[in-house]
Design a protein around this ligand. Structure first.
Ligand code: SF4
Length: 334
């Protein structure tokens, strides 16, 4: 089974910009970006990031505002802050040399068991198993394990099985880990597994027993969404608008229009409503016109010069600048 999986990986793996040269910095950045985010979404962000912050020193020397600006659009901004903090940590304590073992990586801000194992095995060949959602799904189907997806018992079973495979294999640990994750991402997919072309279908209990593979693992219960309403004030002047960095809750440090509570002056008509989802919150954001434009004159800025929240980018997409003035959303876009 090992050789079938590895041969398949060699021939079929996707050509991704962080694969190939085993640059630990590139592996680290890609693994953090890929948390909660699709590969296709990550690729342009990764390329832009690597051209601006090509190594750990360049990242450590950047301002947090610039780091967030390069992350803007990927969501879960805490990941960017941790990357930045960890880069400073490696420059300060490791002379900008990235460590080669999982245990050393675990000391860095924002690096947990999954990321540390991925970097140590893929970039440095440490023989340690990587377990993500793809690996858990493949192992649950191979062994017909009826665990819930986020059950710790499934994580332990997947880790033990994969670690045994690594220890008995002669291949590079990183290749094994990447092959297993790639199989889960492209063949043993959550809803439509491609069992007929799967390189290890002869070893798969779910397939061999004629079970429906999607019955494994059991789905995790979804957290209920919480509805929230937030009122913002939209104040513009000659292609600039009032934006303030968020100083509490989610999206810390990202810029948005002032909320109704932050705005000291009068407000006018309702201009539009933006629906936005963040973690487990469904936000309905109402934007009101500012009636008093002088009140916050020191906060007018060009929105392209600051890191924006996803919600704010959605609103700005409705208000393009034309002849140096923000247009108001048309009736159909409100
Ligand atoms: S045979 Fe099907 S269920 Fe089994 S590992 Fe392959 S794709 Fe997944």
């Amino acid at each position: 089974m090992q050789s079938k999986l590895l041969t398949w990986f060699e021939q079929q793996r996707r050509d991704l910009p962080w694969r190939g040269e085993r640059n630990p910095y590139a592996v680290w950045v890609s693994e953090i970006m890929l948390q909660q985010t699709q590969v296709e979404t990550v690729i342009p962000f990764f390329e832009r990031w690597m051209s601006r912050f090509p190594d750990v020193t360049a990242l450590a020397q950047a301002s947090e505002s610039e780091v967030l600006q390069h992350w803007s659009g990927l969501g879960y901004y805490r990941r960017a802050r941790y990357l930045h903090q960890a880069a400073k940590y490696f420059v300060d304590t490791h002379h900008a040399q990235l460590p080669c073992t999982q245990s050393e990586w675990l000391n860095a801000p924002g690096v947990g068991a999954y990321t540390s194992a991925a970097i140590a095995s893929i970039a440095f060949g440490e023989r340690v198993a990587v377990v993500d959602g793809n690996v858990k799904r493949v192992v649950a189907r191979l062994q017909r394990l009826k665990f819930v997806m986020n059950d710790r018992a499934l994580h332990v079973a997947a880790e033990q099985w994969s670690q045994q495979q690594i220890e008995s294999a002669s291949c590079a640990a990183g290749d094994w880990n990447e092959a297993l994750m790639e199989l889960g991402a492209t063949v043993c997919r959550p809803r439509l597994p491609l069992c007929e072309v799967c390189p290890i279908n002869e070893s798969c209990q779910a397939h061999q027993e004629g079970d429906e593979p999607t019955a494994y693992p059991l789905p995790a219960k979804r957290k209920a969404f919480k509805k929230m309403e937030i009122d913002y004030v939209w104040a513009t002047r000659e292609g600039q608008c009032v934006l303030l960095p968020r100083n509490q809750g989610w999206n810390l440090g990202l810029y948005e229009s002032p909320t109704r509570e932050q705005w000291q002056g009068e407000v006018g008509e309702l201009l539009g409503v933006v629906s936005h989802t963040i973690t487990h919150h469904k936000i309905s954001a109402r934007f009101f016109a500012a009636a008093d434009l002088d009140e916050h004159r020191q906060h007018y800025c060009d929105p392209s010069s600051v890191p924006l929240s996803g919600l704010m980018r959605k609103w700005l997409a409705r208000c393009p600048v034309s002849d140096g003035i923000f247009e108001l959303p048309t009736a159909s876009m409100r």
